[in-house]
Structures are given as structure tokens and as C-alpha cells.
Write a protein that binds this ligand. Structure first.
Ligand SMILES: O=C(O)/C=C/C(=O)CC(=O)CC(=O)O
Ligand SMILES: [Ca+2]
Ligand SMILES: [Mg+2]
Length: 400
């Protein structure tokens, strides 16, 4: 470990006092005890034991083994806790009390930070949807006729959302290429990634009461990185007419850190111009800018293969939240919704191998390790880092 004090971050560290993401960790001394923590540089601040006078009101939500009680507590508590944490880490007067609560990241185990309630995945990148449409449906228009009128999505499998670092086992399944006479069963031969941004719901909503665009910040707590692992051969055969199912439900990886929405105040940006007027519930022309200038990097086995720009997404997270509830469906604490694959217009900005290789592959091999990282501009030139999401591919089990 370096001699440097945990309070003095290296110049440009993306996990400084403007970032402060939340996670859940355990220590080698007490592996069964899960605690809430906030990342500061290469350290984790233990939130379960903040002493007076740093303890915020409602500190009981910080004593839980998951983020869910904090998520449920609502925006005023989120603001108060964030201010207390920032004071603890930046006011030199608190250093003696705070120093024993800082654990080197290398010494802790990070866990799935919240119990995932429902999981929804959208399809909000025009570039991705166009590219994939051409590959999967070469005889149809690349974008379906509804695409620019509503944010398309589907409900995924919450129970297989896993934390960064969890190995991903290649799925077995049915696949049938158009040229095959009959379907066959076995390990996916076209295992892919999807670089996405996830949004974590804190405050629930009431059944039959749609959540308006302006209420986005009241409900959404924070942001994470998501890798929506996708078996393209299983997907291409099974998805008609109900959409993704077993080709995506075997694993969805999320970063161990959930970064509060407040950290992105300086990164807000206008979404691309819309080509059609939107129905009033989705019309954000008079709203605060709904895009986020988040720059993602995709690495495979340590090599950068793409840099997808989140600012290019056609649909915003606020529009997605509104659309998800416009039929009266309610939100629960711990709901996770992902943006959809982030692809920009450039060939080096594509968020999956299907696009990067124009449908031809190569796709992921057993042993490959995929890592997504991202940062956004913060105040005064600071960088706001998102925690990485990484996973290594393990071979498929023997077919049943
Ligand atoms: O166009 C299709 O049939 C399917 C596309 C996807 O696999 C994308 C999906 O999961 C949504 C997204 O990540 O954008
Ligand atoms: Ca996806
Ligand atoms: Mg998935």
C-alpha cells in the first residue's frame, strides 16, 4: 500500500468528493458481516459506524446489509447522508475519527449493493437499434415504426443480476441459424456483451399513479454500469414474437458502486433532436436536460475495443421511467432499469460485439474477461467515475 494518506487523492482521481458512490462490503476479519460503504479513491468508508457528530439523522438506514433502506428513505435523506459523508472525508477536523473507518479497497469484498426488485431493459440507442435491426431483420426497415414514439423495453430477470467480478457461465440453449434444417441444443456460440447504464429506483410509486417526467429525481437514486450478457444465437431463434428471454436471462452484471444522481449535475446534456413530436407525457422539450455526458470504455482482456458515448442516447432515463409507469404500473424500491446498449455513430463507439463485428463475430471465448468503465465531467474539471463492471466467461456446463 502506498504511503499516501487516504484523504489525499491523486490528481484527477475519479472517485473524489464529487463522486462518493455507495456499495456493500465485507472485511476479511468479519466475512459474514455486510456493511454499507462509500468509495473514496482506493478506500471504502464504513458507513455503519459513523461517530457523532458525523452521524446524519436517519443513520439507522446505514446500518443495513443492503442499500435498500437508504434507497427507500427518499431524496431528503439521500441529500443529508451525502453531505455528511462529504464532510467526513473533506473536513480535516474529522480525520482522527474517520481514519479507522477507512478500509483499503484491496482488503474488502464487494457484494451486490441492493436487492434487485424488478429489472427492465430498454433499447434507447438509435445507432444500436438501427445496426441490430439490419443484422437481425435484413428484409425490414432497420427501426420498427414505434421506435421514435416510445422507449421500447422488456422485463428481464431480476434474480440473475450479479455484482461485478462474478464469473459468467456460457449458457446452453436452443439455436437455429436460418440455414440449419432443425434447432440444435448446446453452448452458445455467439456469446456477446452489451454496454449499458443502469438506473436504480429508490422511492416507490403508487399503483395506478403514473410518475411524471419532472418526478424523475424524486424516485431515482443513482446510476451504475451494466453488462447485459447476450447469447445472440439463442436470442435470434427464440425472440419472435415476444422478445428477449433465455438469450439474456442467464446473467446481467452490475457495478459494485451506485453513484448518486447528484454527482452528474455538471454532466447533464440535451438529448439528440427528436424526429417526431412526442406525446405529452414523454415531451421533455421544456424539461431540464435529460441526457448525461457519460463516456464508457469497453475492454476485452485488457484491450480497449470501444468507447460508447451515453450522451448520444435518443431516449432519456426520465422518459423511460415515465413510460414504465404510464399504464399505472408502480415502482418498487430496488427496481433496476437499464438504458439499452449504448452505441454511438462511430465504428469505435459500438456497445456490443454483434455490431463491432457486423454480425460475423468473433464473439466471446471461454476465459475472456470483459470490463466496462465510465466517467462523466464533474465540477471544476473533476471526473466522476462509475465503478467498473467486470466478468470472465466460464465454459458451459455439460448439456442435460
Ligand atoms: O433488435 C432486437 O431484436 C434485439 C436487440 C437487443 O438485443 C437489444 C437489447 O437487449 C436492448 C438493448 O440493449 O438495447
Ligand atoms: Ca440489453
Ligand atoms: Mg442480461
Amino acid at each position: 500500500m502506498s504511503e499516501q494518506s487516504p484523504f489525499d487523492l491523486p490528481e484527477g482521481d475519479p472517485f473524489g468528493p464529487h463522486t462518493l458512490p455507495y456499495g456493500v462490503f465485507s472485511t476479511a476479519a468479519e466475512p459474514a458481516v455486510r456493511r454499507l460503504g462509500v468509495r473514496h479513491g482506493r478506500y471504502v468508508l464504513d458507513l455503519s459506524a459513523l461517530p457523532e457528530p458525523l452521524r446524519p439523522a436517519h443513520a439507522e438506514v446505514l446500518a443495513a446489509p443492503t442499500l435498500n433502506p437508504l434507497l427507500a428513505a427518499g431524496r431528503p435523506v439521500w441529500t443529508e447522508v451525502r453531505a455528511a459523508v462529504r464532510a467526513a472525508l473533506t473536513d480535516p477536523a474529522h480525520r482522527p475519527a474517520v481514519t479507522p473507518l477507512l478500509h483499503p479497497l484491496d482488503d474488502v469484498t464487494l457484494h451486490l449493493p441492493f436487492d434487485v426488485a424488478d429489472y427492465v431493459d430498454f433499447y434507447a440507442s438509435e445507432h444500436h437499434a438501427t445496426n441490430v435491426g439490419k443484422i437481425f431483420r435484413p428484409n425490414d426497415a432497420a427501426l420498427p415504426p414505434n421506435w421514435k414514439h416510445l422507449p421500447i423495453g422488456y422485463h428481464g430477470r431480476a434474480g440473475t443480476v450479479v455484482v461485478s467480478g462474478t464469473p459468467v457461465v456460457r449458457p446452453n440453449g436452443q439455436r437455429k441459424a436460418p440455414t440449419d434444417a432443425a434447432p440444435t441444443f448446446g453452448p452458445s456460440r455467439r456469446l456477446d456483451i452489451e454496454a449499458e447504464v443502469g438506473f436504480v429506483v429508490g422511492t416507490p410509486s403508487t399503483l395506478h399513479e403514473p410518475v411524471a417526467l419532472e418526478s424523475f429525481r424524486d424516485h431515482v437514486f443513482g446510476v451504475c454500469l451494466v453488462n447485459d450478457w447476450s447469447a445472440r444465437d439463442i436470442q435470434a431463434w427464440e425472440y419472435v414474437p415476444l422478445g428477449p428471454f433465455l438469450g439474456k436471462s442467464f446473467a446481467t452484471s452490475v457495478s459494485a458502486w451506485i453513484t448518486p444522481l447528484d454527482a452528474f449535475d455538471d454532466a447533464r446534456t440535451a438529448p439528440p433532436a427528436r424526429d417526431f413530436p412526442l406525446l405529452p407525457y414523454l415531451d421533455d422539450t421544456a424539461a431540464e436536460p435529460g441526457g448525461i455526458d457519460l463516456r464508457i470504455e469497453v475492454q476485452i482482456n485488457g484491450e480497449t475495443v470501444s468507447r460508447p458515448p451515453f450522451a448520444s442516447m435518443y431516449w432519456t432515463a426520465a422518459q423511460q421511467l415515465t413510460h414504465m409507469t404510464v399504464n399505472g404500473a408502480s415502482l418498487r424500491t430496488g427496481d433496476l432499469y437499464a438504458s439499452g446498449t449504448v452505441s454511438g455513430p462511430g465504428r469505435d463507439q459500438l456497445g456490443c460485439l454483434l455490431e463491432l463485428t457486423e454480425g460475423k463475430g468473433p464473439f466471446l471465448q471461454d476465459g475472456d474477461e470483459v470490463t466496462l468503465t465510465a466517467w462523466a465531467p464533474g465540477p471544476g474539471g473533476a471526473r466522476i467515475g462509475l465503478g467498473e463492471v467486470t466478468g470472465r466467461v466460464l465454459p458451459a456446463p455439460a448439456a442435460p
